[in-house]
Design a protein around this ligand. Structure first.
Ligand code: GFB
Length: 332
């Protein structure tokens, strides 16, 4: 695989981005902070950033006033209420409400303020629970969703459809990118609300430090997941926002609704657990606890479309785990 950033974005489009005013919604989160690092590296100097206390993205009027007064040229929607399987399963109301509000407020305000281009980020859980693997973009809305994250998935599907609808009716250029499971610096390491990868880094690290003889891994260990480093995602965001003609091809059937982004490789949760155990250097045992839900049996993205457009992930899982563990050690 190539290094991230080796696939250069379209230079003419990149120049537009460099000269424009860019609003990154959610810049303090794992995805938003990676995006800010990537945009900085690309020479984008005019970044518009607001903390939650400065701007409540769930508040329609605040978002409208902000976008209309600042008039950004580009908007990246990296803000979302996210969490692992337990957080999603226990708080469906918050997950659907917050994510619908964030997407609706920003997309509508972006249209009203004539934002040139917008990038909306979703998730691989938009696809049906039993979608054929790897899951292509065409699998959207072909079957029943995984119940543990249905609420979140519906909000993300609504985001794609909002972008598509504004594009169709008003000729906007709102793009959607669907990443697989993400990890990296600034991830959430809270054991109750986090995703599996940061949870296991913390569990193995604490077990090593406390000399515990067993680490508990939720579920059966058999579900398969694909993991993309957030720096790769940020690189893909830049690449996709610089793709000429994402929305505007003459042939309406060839217009892209959304694009998958992932590595194209997955592994079982058990395999992931053993890899993290090795990375951390823990020598005790692993116990799987099947009283926790497994969630979707498998969600591997078909990334051939984005690969065909010239972008590939560059960070191998082993290297990504190592650097994320180092980050955890420095920032826990
Ligand atoms: O990462 P995760 O929470 O989310 O869980 P999903 C993935 C798998 O890891 C599940 C297992 O089978 C979990 O049971 N697992 C094992 C653990 N040990 C742990 C642990 O200590 N913590 C956690 N969290 N899981 C989420 C969705 O699904 O993925 C969201 O709920 C979103 O909507 C996100 O799509 C990317 O991959 O199952």
């Amino acid at each position: 695989m190539s290094e991230p950033g080796v696939t250069e974005p379209d230079q003419q489009e990149l120049a537009k981005l460099r000269n424009g005013k860019i609003f990154v919604a959610g810049h303090r989160g794992m995805v938003g902070s990676a995006l800010v690092r990537r945009l900085d590296r690309a020479g984008c100097e005019n970044l518009l950033l607001r903390t939650h206390s400065q701007l409540d993205l769930e508040n329609q009027q605040q978002v409208l006033d902000f976008i209309q007064s600042e008039k950004p040229d580009f908007v990246f929607i990296a803000a979302a209420r996210v969490g692992g399987i337990q957080a999603n399963n226990s708080n469906p109301a918050e997950f659907i409400y917050s994510n619908l509000m964030i997407a609706t407020n920003l997309i509508n305000a972006a249209w009203k303020a004539s934002v040139q281009r917008l990038l909306f980020l979703g998730s691989s859980c938009i696809y049906p629970k039993h979608a054929p693997q790897p899951m292509s973009e065409d699998s959207l809305l072909t079957g029943t969703l995984e119940p543990t994250n249905e609420a979140y998935a519906i909000a993300k599907i609504a985001g794609i459809k909002l972008c598509e609808s504004y594009n169709r009716q008003y000729g906007t250029d709102f793009r959607s990118l669907m990443p697989t499971n993400l990890y990296g610096p600034n991830d959430n390491f809270d054991l109750k609300t986090s995703h599996v990868l940061p949870a296991l880094i913390r569990k193995f690290h604490e077990a090593k430090t406390n000399d515990s003889d067993t680490v508990e891994v939720w579920g059966s260990g058999t579900p398969k997941r694909e993991f993309l480093h957030v720096d790769d995602l940020a690189d893909a965001c830049l690449y996709v926002s610089c793709l000429p003609g994402f929305v505007y091809t003459e042939n309406i059937d060839q217009r892209l609704s959304h694009l998958n982004v992932g590595t194209g490789q997955d592994l079982t949760i058990a395999e992931l657990a053993y890899k993290i155990k090795d990375t951390v250097g823990y020598e005790g045992n692993i116990r799987f606890n099947p009283s926790y839900p497994d969630g979707t049996p498998r969600k591997l993205l078909d990334v051939s479309k984005l690969n065909g457009l010239g972008w590939k992930a560059g960070i191998e899982l082993s290297a990504g785990l190592r650097s994320t563990y180092d980050w955890y050690l420095q920032n826990q």
